[in-house]
Design a protein around this ligand. Sequence first.
Ligand code: 6PG
Length: 477
Amino acid sequence: TSAQIGVTGLAVMGRNLARNFARNGYTVAVHNRTASRTHALVEEFGGEGDFVAAETAKEFVAALERPRRLVVMVKAGEPTDAVIQEFAPLLEPGDMIIDGGNAHFADTRRRERELREQGIHFVGTGISGGEEGALNGPSIMPGGSRESYESLGPMLEKISAKAADGAPCVTHVGPDGAGHFVKMVHNGIEYADMQLIGEAYQLLRDVAGYSPAEIADIFRTWNTGRLDSYLIEITAEVLSHVDAATGKPFVDVVQDRAEQKGTGRWTVQIALDLGVPVSGIAEAVFARSLSGHTGLREASRGLAGPKAAPLSPSEAGAFADRVEQALYASKIVSYTQGFHEIAAGSQEYGWDIDLGAVSAIWRGGCIIRAAFLDRIRAAYDARPDLPSLLADETFAQEIAAAQDDWREVLVAATRQGVPTPGFAAALAYYDALRAERLPAALTQGQRDFFGAHTYRRTDRDGSFHTLWGGDRSEVPA
Ligand code: 6PG
């Protein structure tokens, strides 16, 4: 038997992906460092399709039809390099290694370059949707060569999620590390979405005075409108869950320290290198780290501040509507920032990424899937050179309609001492972009004062320096 595809690394994501291929009619070679896992998979799910269990790397490679398609589903970093080192010597030119983990795109670029010398296609592939998505249809973001996509694309299209219009949620994102880069930004946006939802929850709880169960219902209502998305949907589920042991709302018995595995942090690190202001995503990453500083929080608990006084029930409903506006406007801003980063990465690395295609494949399967993404796709389809999502007329109009409420929510949050770094960063970004003049002119003056760093004038070309320590006349620099 020769398998059309192989999966090595059979932890839950790898196992589910292998099953997904098998359920779609492909013969799948499966391999794991410890063979017991391989056999367990075939024993338990063998009925779902055709599996070939391979105990050794050699057996695994021999089981694959040529050109070989070998999906690696191990931990990002060191383990991925180890697997590549194990398999690459057994492969032949034209074969493909598909890395489906959350690799850093710089590692993917390096691996692609190294394996290319051997004639092997290395396809760094973002896969989103968690365990459930891997099994029933994830959103898939492959990079690597166009040639590899010709061989691989049809299979990925088959196992991927389908958007509401039936389109498969996979596209060839671009060469080498483009797929993992886009997956990284997806996760940054995921962090921002989660942070904004968290802030909305906190406001509804502390300012509006709703209970978690009531807030769950509000999120359920929002989920029928323009905020319709997977993250809003599961938020309602989490908020309505009651802890069996205590009878308390589940959200009240979980420690409020958010963890992270790194992709959101990478999004911000890379944005800093590219000079892209992803302030909303950055606040989301910082909010997670702040939450984890238990000692610092403990030491700060006595600091002065207003005590949140809940609104009357009659005011609460109107406030909830305002929060929806603030959440939606802030969400537009974080996607604007995320897409800006993808555009900048594409430019820097020569990837030629189609932003409309990226928004299209995020419509289904992935964690940030949302009705909203169809509208982003429409915006980029209408104007592929759109400089910013905020420049799209529809989004601009929606923010125009939302902005009064957005500001009111931030006023209330500030007055009552409820931290809303995501909402605030988004609004500051919006206002800074709209501003006629920014205090950057003053910054330039200061830089010129203390370091003769020079400045440009509004009325003449060239660089200038003022003789601050002397007669303060201006000289060309
Ligand atoms: C996805 C997710 C996934 C990510 C987890 C955890 O697209 O399926 O982004 O890849 O690893 O959501 O991320 P953190 O542990 O960093 O929150």
